[in-house]
Design a protein around this ligand. Structure first.
Ligand code: ADP
Length: 435
């Protein structure tokens, strides 16, 4: 029921009371005896209290006070609690030191920023890559990294994507910069030197672009001769004609693949710096409608619902390629008699280009892989309809350039919808409808 301190105190009181009673019985000084006992008890408590207070003021280093009874128990409990707290603080300190030591070894520069972009702490690599010094803690990062692309990225406050730059603090290397917001608007700035990785990818891109380019001319020559041979009547015409026509078809396929590979590598290379303009999408879709009808050769029913006032910022050719790829896929993967509807509209989220067909549809497990190069659900069908397996990879690359996203909805045997979502920042709704 009672703690050991209280028990000890009670034992002391009972024992001393017995002694007092015996003393009073002997001397007959009952009142004086009890008054003296009370005064003595109060004085003893005050003395212990003062000792305890002194000990508390002195911290853990102070000697254990020579208290007894309840006060000794209290002293013991407080010191035990204090030791536990100290142990916990030591552990926390050890952990934070361990984290700091580990962060120092990370080969990426890591900088923690507060709400106003003041530097809170940084790791050792930041001293090398970002040239930060101890005295920079508390300073604004914009004042230390003045690279305009970085400032723009920092201020845009849209950190889903990382930023790749080719020089930083006067060093001509390739860096990937990523900002990760955390805890109450704080930010973690991570800078990684990706020069080797970037160069390797560049070599691969250059190889594909050069190989495609080099193969283009010989293929054109071959195709030219094949056409001439088909058109020239000769003694063995009947025997060779099917073979020559097959060769011509195959060379056309190769040409289409080379053209798509070149388009892809052009999209990937970051050297395209042509100025963005307001693209007349309704105008493009008007022409596309005619081309789609030609491609379909009257086998499909088309419906075009186009917002004539809706324009987006970008480049006309790549955007046309996106729209054409999606519409031609709808034609190629929708059996005769099917319906294809194309919509160009906008809402609170941005502008949308959607192509819906009543075609063969795509099984759910294939959808995430459709934009991979040469990924086809049915290779034979893709080839038979003149597909290269690169169309959607091109679409994805172009859309990425414009921060747009491709969304695919499909049900096998029912049809598919391919929708491109363009961000609101790119949208312009003109007052007058386009002619
Ligand atoms: P391909 O040249 O083979 O059409 P794409 O990259 O354009 O290459 O498309 C990749 C694959 O996605 C196609 O092979 C096809 O299987 C599937 N696909 C694309 N569009 C459609 C569609 N509208 N309906 C059904 N399947 C489609």
């Amino acid at each position: 029921m009672f703690s050991s301190g209280v028990k000890r105190e009670l034992t002391w009181i009972v024992t001393t009371l017995w002694a007092l009673l015996f003393f009073c019985w002997l001397t007959d000084w009952w009142i004086e005896g009890f008054v003296f006992y009370l005064l003595f008890y109060i004085a003893r408590q005050l003395w212990s209290m003062r000792k305890f207070e002194k000990w508390m003021e002195g911290g853990t280093q102070a000697a254990f006070p020579p208290a007894s009874g309840l006060w000794s128990e209290l002293t013991y409990l407080v010191s035990r609690k204090q030791r536990a707290l100290e142990k916990h603080a030591d552990l926390q300190f050890y952990k934070s030191e361990q984290f700091k030591a580990a962060s120092m070894l990370i080969p990426d520069a890591i900088v923690s920023l507060d709400q106003q972009n003041h530097i809170e702490w940084f790791n050792a690599t930041s001293e090398k890559i970002l040239e930060l010094r101890r005295q920079d803690v508390g300073r604004k990062i914009e004042g230390l990294i003045r690279q305009p692309q970085f400032i723009e990225y920092l201020k845009a406050q849209s950190y889903q994507k990382s930023l790749t730059i080719h020089s930083l603090q006067g060093v001509q290397r390739t860096f990937r910069i990523k900002i990760i917001p955390y805890f109450d608007n704080h930010k973690l700035l991570i800078v990684r030197d990706i020069t080797d990785l970037y160069n390797m990818a560049q070599i691969r891109r250059d190889f594909i672009a050069n190989a495609s380019h080099e193969l283009r001319t010989p293929l054109t020559v071959l195709k030219g001769y094949l056409e001439a041979m088909i058109d020239t009547p000769g003694p063995h015409q009947d025997m060779w004609l099917p073979a020559l026509q097959n060769m011509e078809n195959q060379s056309e396929r190769m040409q289409a693949i080379l053209e798509d590979l070149l388009t892809l590598s052009k999209m990937e290379s970051e050297t395209i710096t042509a100025k963005e303009v307001m693209v007349d999408v309704p105008g493009i879709l008007k022409k596309l409608h005619t081309e789609a009808e030609q491609l379909s050769q009257g086998q499909h029913d088309f419906e075009f619902a186009v917002d004539d006032t809706l324009l987006i910022k970008g480049h006309p050719e790549p955007l046309k390629s996106v729209f054409m790829n999606l519409v031609s896929n709808a034609v190629r993967y929708t059996p005769a008699g099917g319906k294809i509807s194309v919509r160009w509209y906008h809402d609170a989220k941005g502008a949308h280009f959607a192509v819906t067909d009543t075609g063969i549809g795509i099984a759910r497990e294939h959808i995430p892989r459709l934009t991979e190069r040469f990924y086809r659900v049915d290779t034979a069908r893709s080839r038979a309809t003149g597909g290269t397996g690169l169309g959607l990879a091109i679409v994805k690359h172009i859309l990425e350039r414009y921060n747009a996203k491709l969304h695919v909805d499909s049900l096998i045997g029912k049809g598919s919808t391919f929708r491109c979502d363009f961000p609101l920042q790119r949208v312009q709704v003109s007052e007058a409808a386009n002619e």
